[in-house]
Design a protein around this ligand. Structure first.
Ligand SMILES: Nc1ncnc2c1ncn2[C@@H]1O[C@H](COP(=O)(O)OP(=O)(O)OP(=O)(O)O)[C@@H](O)[C@H]1O
Ligand SMILES: [Mg+2]
Length: 259
């Protein structure tokens, strides 16, 4: 059966409720509820220290919250009851892209991609090579297979980071400030790759300070402050005069209407 894209967007992939994370006395996530549907692109924005990275890393248990419930594929478990199998399917569903690329510096671009495929996914070298080359082509780096990360620009390294996540064939890409470590002239090439993925209907959550990008690409914007989701909605609602005062104050710092 063929689905209309609107139908696809209503199928939840992952749902978390009551996520709470504390570091000592500090509550970094405070009862956060978050749901992600197939084909959705969600941008998480908000001030520094508001809990954006903690939230996105909690979604695949890279950070383990103190409390909360996870739901995937109709199974719902509290953090205390999560099994190894549940955690494994959560990790397999999600690919993570980090601010600082997270590449292995002693491995070539190709090996950075094939190693996890062979070691974690059990692919043969030949299958891994084939898949790696395909995704590297997708991010425009098929001519850099034999390069080492230090021989690439930051933008190219981040595109390798995205390709590596894609090679594992996740259902969702989680990107934590994928462009904030880049020189301004390199930001665009990485945002273009993310835009292309969104056009293909890829499900993504991206923490970003690139407001123009969020406005253009996201289906939904989530605004966080002090460990809470203050508001969320379509870009035209969030980037409007009707947004809550805290959101408007935050957005006023960005020069949103000049381009
Ligand atoms: N491992 C940790 N140990 C102690 N405190 C932490 C740890 N990780 C994060 N925090 C604190 O939790 C709060 C939220 O951090 P988080 O990294 O989620 O913020 P953020 O919204 O991603 O900020 P930024 O925009 O600067 O990346 C901050 O006050 C931070 O100092
Ligand atoms: Mg962060």
């Amino acid at each position: 059966m063929l689905y209309e894209s609107n139908d696809l967007k209503s199928v939840p992939i992952l749902k978390v409720t009551g996520l709470t994370k504390r570091y000592g006395q500090l509550t970094v996530l405070d009862q956060v509820d978050f749901e992600l549907s197939k084909g959705e692109v969600v941008a998480i924005i908000g001030p520094s220290g508001s809990g954006k990275s903690t939230l996105i890393k909690s979604l695949n248990l890279l950070v383990k919250p103190d409390a909360g419930t996870y739901e995937i594929e109709g199974t719902s478990l509290t953090i205390q009851k999560i099994t190894k199998a549940f955690q494994k399917s959560l990790v397999e569903k999600t690919g993570m892209v980090f601010q600082n690329f997270g590449l292995f510096s002693h491995l070539t671009v190709l090996k950075n991609l094939t190693l996890p495929l062979v070691k974690a996914k059990g692919l043969s070298e030949k299958e891994a090579d084939h898949r790696a080359k395909n995704v590297l082509q997708q991010v425009g780096l098929e001519d850099k297979l034999a390069s080492f990360p230090h021989q690439l620009s930051g933008g190219q390294q981040q595109r390798v980071g995205i390709a590596r996540a894609l090679a594992l064939e996740p259902e969702v890409l989680l990107l934590d400030e994928p462009t904030s470590a880049l020189d301004p002239e390199r930001v665009g090439e990485v945002l273009e790759v993310i835009k292309a993925l969104s056009r293909q209907g890829f499900t993504m959550v991206v923490v970003t300070h690139e407001m123009q990008f969020a406005k253009k690409v996201a289906d939904r914007i989530v605004f966080m402050d002090e460990g809470k989701i203050i508001t969320q909605g379509a870009p035209e609602t969030i980037f409007s005069n009707h947004a809550p005062e805290r959101v408007k104050q935050f957005l006023n710092r960005f020069n949103l209407y000049t381009i």
